[in-house]
Structures are given as structure tokens and as C-alpha cells.
Design a protein around this ligand. Structure first.
Ligand code: PLP
Length: 423
């Protein structure tokens, strides 16, 4: 055991898990280097955070500039970096989403969005989607149903939160259309048997489920949610904490699907790794939530905001390239799928790709994922998994990745699968 891990075990609570034993010493672009000088291609991106790569020079310059001025304001005064970041972000959000406020983490922003929805609609009900992930705080874990383990031992959770299914066609052995029809029917049945639509403040949905298994919602499903929300005066909240900032091929997945929510929750890649999150919405909603009804000490930190505005600058040049990289990655994974029975499904949008590993019976194979992850570590590739069974490769390279780096990562996964199938 390394000295650092021994020290970690002495002082650091085990509840916070780590996926690898890698000890990061420095990082640049798509690469992380450990204390021994071993280099790893970072296709984990800190869970879809470092979208413009580690230490992008434009972001570094913005952070250094702000650090020389001041780095905390805590509710006392307004400042340029906060307003500039807000302007840059609302510039790229879907039409009509024209105001925002900043928080620190995804979970906190999710909770704030639901507080706002309850306040402005005067309704209590929240409809969430099975397999969704929205965070770990007491409120956000109530909305999280990606794994029952995340909720175990914390009951009672928040009342008036209703869970309906999200289309999981591969797991259910259905076509996308069949899965969508089933889920839409369940919403109607929930309104008939469980809660009237007039009591529901919001639908809280990821346009592509992340932690729950990299399932895209499908355009028809998301559009129908928009229509049902409009019919009943329910707010549509898109949690784009993981899917935002270029990850799925446009600024936000709402734009990929051409479905504009009432509220957009943002986090993770927003400042490329400095802690920041945001709730963006139509201004009439945010204007109906009076000052002091919510608050924060650190939200909108000046340095994080400087990083966020610079990240948007960099993404403006990167996003037009994401779909080309995505097509390349998908075609390579589809080739691998025809050669490797271990790959049951390849799905996703942009550079957010789930590669589902299955056994000979077509059932989830978490051992296959563990093998690929270890083979990757031994050969210089960092990846993560997702899904309740831990058998789905969560393929999320940084958006600055070159085609050569993309191929290198996929070649390592291919070699790992060959060695798994020949064992
Ligand atoms: N929402 C989604 C869709 C996420 O993927 C996550 C984190 O993975 C969160 C919310 C919670 O974000 P945080 O970990 O910053 O609280």
C-alpha cells in the first residue's frame, strides 16, 4: 500500500469512495500523470467535468487574473466575473431561458430548482423518473433512483415525490417506441391513481440518464413530457448537470432534442472543475421568487465564475467538432460490438456513450467491466462505469480529445475485451 493511501486511510472517511488507486500528481489536456510518472488517458473527466481538458490555458489565465483581484464576495457585493459568467451562459441556453443564479454543486442546484418550482406554482408534488440521478443530499437523494443503495438507511425521505419509469428499451427487451409508450402510459396512470396533475409542481428529468445507465430519453418522450407539462401547468425541469456544456453534441441536450424546459439545472462542466452550479429558467419564473427565499454563501464564487465564462469561450470553438468525434467513436464501438459478444448495447449522444457489457445470457456482466477497467489502468486508460449493475462503460472523453487519443482509448478497450473473452 502506498504512503499516500495509508495516510488517506488514517484521516479520510471511507464513505467517500474512489474508483482507482491512482494518485494524481498533475494533469494536462486529456492526460493525468501519477507520482511515478505513469500517464493515464483520462476518459473519466472527473465524471464529465473537465470537458475542455485539464488546465486549459484560457481557463488558467482567467482564474489567475481573478485570483489576483479577490476570491470571495459572499452575498455582500456584485462583481464582473459573476455577471459575465451569467451572460455567457444564458447566451447559450435554449431560447427563453434568460436568467440564472449560481450555487456550488449539482445536488444543491437540483434542490434549489425544486424549491423554486414549489414556491412559484404553489404545488407540492414532484414527478421523477426511475433510474434518475440528481445528487446525494437529503432532498436530492429523494429524487435519485439510479440505485436503491443510495437511498438505503436514509428514510423517511421527502414526501410528495412520485417515481415513474424512464424508457430503458435495452433492459426491457423493447423497441424505443414501445418503451416510450409504456412510460407515457404510466404517467397517465399515475395521474389517475396516485396524484392529480393539478398537485404537481414539476417533472424533474435528465434528458439522457447518466449515472442510471446512459439512456437517452428519446425526442418523442421528452417532447410529450413538455406537452403534458403545458396541459397541466406543471414545470419541466431538465437536469443537465451531466449532459450539459457540449457533452451530447450541442450546448445542452435540450437543444439536441429541440425541447425547451422551463428550468435548466447546470453543474459539473460549467467551470471545468472549479465548484459551481446554476439554476437557469424563464425570467418570469425567477422573478416570481422574491429575494431572500433562497440563499448561499459560496454560490457564484468569483474564481469559479471567471473559470465558467472562460470555459464557455473555449467550448464555443469545440462544440462544432463534437458530432464528428462522436460519429467516429460510435462507428468504432459498433464495429467492436459485432466482434465481441460481451458488448450487448452501445447507446448515447455526442461524447456521452454507454457501452453495456453482458454475459452469454445477455444479462449484465459487472465482472467484464471490472476486467476492462483494470486492463485500462494497466495500460494507461481511466474509465468509469454507470448503471445499477456496474456493467456499463461510461465513455466520456474530454471534448478536446484528438481522433488519435480517441482511437487509443478505444483500442485499449478492444484489447481488454479480447483478453476477457479469451480468459
Ligand atoms: N444531477 C446529475 C444528472 C448528476 O449526474 C449529478 C452528479 O453526478 C448531480 C445531479 C449531482 O451533482 P453533484 O455531485 O455536483 O452534487
Amino acid at each position: 500500500m502506498s504512503e499516500l493511501i495509508k495516510r488517506h486511510n488514517q484521516v479520510y472517511a471511507p464513505v467517500i469512495g474512489f474508483d482507482t488507486r491512482v494518485e494524481a500528481a498533475e494533469a494536462e489536456g486529456a492526460w493525468i500523470t501519477d507520482h511515478e510518472g505513469e500517464r493515464y488517458l483520462d476518459f473519466a473527466t472527473g465524471i464529465s467535468v473537465t470537458n475542455v481538458g485539464h488546465r486549459h490555458p484560457h481557463v488558467v489565465a482567467a482564474v489567475e487574473d481573478q485570483l489576483r483581484k479577490f476570491w470571495h464576495a459572499g452575498g455582500s457585493f456584485r462583481y464582473e466575473s459573476m455577471i459575465r459568467a451569467a451572460e455567457r451562459i444564458v447566451d447559450v441556453t435554449p431560447e427563453g431561458i434568460d436568467k440564472l443564479f449560481f450555487m456550488n454543486s449539482g445536488a444543491e442546484a437540483v434542490e434549489a430548482s425544486v424549491k423554486m418550482a414549489r414556491y412559484v406554482t404553489g404545488r407540492q408534488g414532484v414527478i421523477v423518473f426511475r433510474g434518475g440521478f440528481h445528487g446525494r443530499t437529503m432532498g436530492s437523494v429523494t429524487f435519485t433512483t439510479s440505485k436503491s443503495k443510495y437511498r438505503a438507511h436514509y428514510h423517511p425521505l421527502l414526501p410528495s415525490v412520485f417515481v415513474v419509469p424512464f424508457p430503458h428499451p435495452f433492459h426491457w427487451g423493447m423497441t424505443e417506441d414501445q418503451a416510450i409508450d409504456f412510460c407515457l402510459g404510466e404517467i397517465e396512470r399515475t395521474f389517475r391513481h396516485v396524484v392529480t396533475p393539478g398537485e404537481v409542481a414539476a417533472f424533474l428529468v435528465e434528458p439522457m440518464q447518466g449515472e442510471g445507465g446512459y439512456y437517452p430519453a428519446g425526442q418523442r418522450f421528452l417532447q410529450r413530457l413538455r406537452d403534458i407539462a403545458d396541459e397541466h401547468g406543471i414545470l419541466l425541469i431538465h437536469d443537465e448537470v451531466q449532459t450539459g456544456f457540449g457533452r451530447t453534441g450541442d450546448w445542452f441536450t435540450s437543444q439536441v432534442y429541440r425541447v425547451t424546459p422551463d428550468v435548466l439545472v447546470l453543474g459539473k462542466a460549467i467551470a471545468n472543475g472549479l465548484p459551481l452550479s446554476a439554476v437557469a429558467a424563464r425570467s418570469e419564473l425567477l422573478d416570481a421568487w422574491p429575494a431572500g427565499s433562497h440563499g448561499t454563501t459560496f454560490g457564484g464564487n468569483p474564481v469559479s465564475c471567471a473559470a465558467a465564462a472562460a470555459t464557455v469561450d473555449v467550448l464555443t470553438d469545440l462544440i462544432p467538432n463534437v458530432n464528428k468525434l462522436s460519429e467516429h467513436a460510435f462507428s468504432r464501438f459498433h464495429e467492436l460490438q459485432s466482434a465481441h459478444p460481451t458488448i450487448g448495447d452501445v447507446r448515447g449522444l455526442g461524447l456521452m456513450i454507454g457501452v453495456e457489457l453482458v454475459n452469454a445470457d445477455g444479462k449484465p456482466d459487472p465482472d467484464a467491466y471490472k476486467h476492462v477497467r483494470q486492463y485500462g489502468l494497466d495500460n494507461g486508460l481511466l474509465i468509469l462505469n454507470c448503471g445499477p449493475d456496474g456493467n456499463i462503460i461510461r465513455f466520456i472523453p474530454p471534448l478536446i480529445v484528438s481522433t488519435e487519443e480517441l482511437d487509443l482509448g478505444i483500442d485499449i478497450i478492444a484489447a481488454a475485451l479480447r483478453s476477457y473473452e479469451q480468459r
